[in-house]
Design a protein around this ligand. Structure first.
Ligand code: DX5
Ligand code: ZN
Length: 224
C-alpha cells in the first residue's frame, strides 16, 4: 500500500526493542495511543554486525497494524538488499535501503516502488547528505541515521540536526526520517531542522510505560 498523502510528524516505534513475549499487547497499546507507522529493523550480520528481524516477523506485525489502518516501514540494513526488497514487500508499505549497501541504489528504489511501497534511502552518519539529491525523483523519504546502524540504545550524534537542515534545503519536499538515539531531549532539534518521521526504540520500549513515552514523543513531534 502506498499511502496518499504521506503522513508527516510521525513517531515510528522501532519494534526491535519490544518485549517479544508481549509484542501483541505492546503493539495494540501503541495503536490505541495513536501510533500509525511501525519501524522494522532488518539486520544481516554483514552490512551491520547484528542479526534481527525477518519477513515472517514483519508479516505477523503487519496483520494488526494494517487492520488498524497503520503502516509498516522496513529498514533494510543488509548488503545487496534486492532479494530482501521482494521478501518484505508483501508486509511493507515503506522500505528503505542503504545507499552504502549496493552500487545501484536507483534500481533498488525503482524495485521498491514497483511493489507499490514508498521508497526510502537510508544514509549512514558518515555519508554526505548531498548523495541523496541525484536520486530525488525516485524516492519518497530519506532516512538519516543519527547513530551507526546495528544496535538500539546508542547515543544520538550531535551533528544530525545540521544534516537534516542541509538535506531539507537540498530536497524541500522529501520526507525526512531520523533514526537512532531519538528521545524527548533530541527530538526537538531534528524537528526544528525539518525532519518528519522520528524512529524510536529505546525511548519507547525501555520506558516504564511505552504508551506514555510514545505520547510524549508524538506531542514533541507535532510542530507548534
Ligand atoms: C539502529 C536501528 C534503529 C534502532 C533505534 O541501527 O536502525 O531503528 O532501533 O534504536 P534507538 O531508538 O534505541 O536508538
Ligand atoms: Zn532503523
Amino acid at each position: 500500500m502506498n499511502p496518499e498523502p504521506i503522513p508527516r510528524a510521525e513517531v515510528l516505534p522501532s519494534v526491535m526493542s519490544a518485549d517479544f513475549l508481549r509484542l501483541g499487547d505492546q503493539v495494540a497499546g501503541l495503536l490505541k495511543a495513536g501510533a500509525r507507522i511501525f519501524h522494522v529493523d532488518v539486520m544481516d550480520a554483514h552490512f551491520v554486525p547484528n542479526l534481527t528481524l525477518g519477513p515472517g516477523f514483519a508479516e505477523a506485525l503487519a496483520a494488526p497494524v494494517h487492520a488498524a489502518g497503520g503502516l509498516i516501514d522496513v529498514h533494510l540494513m543488509v548488503e545487496r538488499p534486492g532479494p530482501m526488497v521482494d521478501a518484505f514487500a508483501g508486509a511493507a508499505d515503506a522500505i528503505s535501503i542503504h545507499i552504502e549497501a549496493d552500487p545501484h541504489p536507483a534500481r533498488l528504489l525503482e524495485q521498491i516502488r514497483e511493489h507499490g511501497c514508498l521508497a526510502g534511502l537510508s544514509l549512514n552518519p558518515g555519508t554526505p547528505v548531498v548523495a541523496a539529491a541525484p536520486l530525488g525523483a525516485g524516492l519518497d523519504y530519506v532516512n538519516l541515521m543519527a547513530v551507526s546502524p546495528g544496535y538500539a540504545g546508542q547515543s544520538f550524534r550531535t551533528e544530525t540536526p545540521g544534516r537534516v537542515a542541509e538535506l531539507r534545503t537540498l530536497m524541500p519536499d522529501v520526507v525526512i526520517q531520523v533514526d537512532g538515539g531519538v528521545d524527548i531531549a533530541t527530538l526537538p532539534g531534528v524537528r526544528d531542522a525539518g525532519a518528519d518521521w522520528f524512529v524510536s526504540a529505546s525511548a519507547i520500549f525501555r520506558a516504564p510505560d511505552p504508551c506514555a513515552a510514545y505520547d510524549a514523543l508524538r506531542s514533541a513531534a507535532v510542530r507548534a
